[in-house]
Design a protein around this ligand. Structure first.
Ligand code: PD2
Ligand code: ZN
Length: 284
């Protein structure tokens, strides 16, 4: 039966008109089924048509088209998520921007092991330079840092597998973990983690795995005062607590994602974090 129900231009136009009139996808689907459409054909027609429609709408507003992003499975508001080898708490969830705060993502031993392995390799932090595709020391970033290669040691492999499972994103799409160390007064001023499409170096950077679409900042210790991760667009500050982590995603490289974020100055004590950036495709 499904075979002779074709997705015609008229059907596409009708679906777009329903969306423009503000009808929800499930209402449009119900109407199609009521008028005799096979459910599978109706779903395929809606997906195809609305994807094109949303991409076109975004383009006409000057936005890059949206792409799929990592996300945790929070459909039934779980208190815990299965990280494979560890149960992880869900502490805070925000829809837009998509922000999830995880509790106990890392054990104390994993935090300590990561700091110990990183410490001898720390250097003044550089940021990717989107004008050239290279990297440079940045005054907005007064921390010290280093990169592990993906899968470089046992703790990296274990944590990378856990993160991939938690946010349902292929392990091979992740950059190597970056460790940052902040002393009192050090901060990371608000920025976006995606690469600015307007910058001339961006094509070189995104040739390796595509755009960044998600970030997980893991806290490796608890500073005495300050050092929270802030989201100025929405007035959110995530407390840096050893073993916890903040995840956020961005489906297009654009400020409309509201993912502007920064590392607030450390006021007392020190701050260590490990960041995992997730790309659209395999990061080689
Ligand atoms: O250390 C942080 O809280 C922080 C804040 C903003 C880290 C990053 N960005 C990052 O690594 O991208
Ligand atoms: Zn960042």
């Amino acid at each position: 039966m499904a075979g002779n129900q074709a997705i015609t231009p008229e059907l596409r136009q009708w679906i777009v008109a329903q969306a423009q009139a503000g009808h929800k996808p499930e209402e449009v689907l119900a109407a199609m089924r009521a008028s005799g459409w096979n459910e599978d054909v109706a779903i395929a027609a809606m997906e195809e048509t609305l994807q094109g429609f949303l991409a076109e709408q975004a383009r006409s507003q000057g936005l890059p088209p949206p792409v799929p992003v990592p996300d945790a499975d929070l459909a039934d508001s779980p208190a815990w998520l299965d990280g494979g080898d560890r149960q992880v708490r869900v502490l805070t969830v925000m829809k837009h921007p998509r922000v999830i705060v995880f509790g106990g993502l890392l054990s104390d031993d994993e935090c300590d092991a990561m700091i110990d392995a990183a410490r001898p390799r720390m250097a003044r932090s550089e940021t990717v330079q989107t004008d050239t595709g290279g990297s440079e020391v940045n005054v907005a970033r007064t921390s010290r840092g280093m990169f592990f290669d993906r899968g470089e040691n046992e703790v990296c492999r274990r944590v990378e597998a856990r993160l991939a499972r938690l946010v349902n994103w292929p392990l091979i799409n992740g950059e190597g973990l970056q460790v940052l160390h902040y002393l009192p007064g050090a901060e990371y001023q608000p920025h976006h983690d995606y690469f600015d499409p307007a910058k001339s170096g961006t094509p070189t950077i995104v040739a390796r795995g595509g755009q960044r679409v998600g970030t997980i900042v893991m806290y490796l210790n608890t500073p005495e005062k300050g050092g929270g991760t802030t989201f100025p667009d929405v007035g959110l500050e995530v407390a840096p607590i050893k073993g916890n982590a903040v995840f956020f995603s961005y489906n297009r490289p654009h400020p409309s994602t509201k993912t502007l974020h920064g590392g607030a100055p450390v006021i007392a004590g020190e701050k260590w974090v490990a960041t995992k950036w997730l790309r659209e495709g395999e990061f080689k």
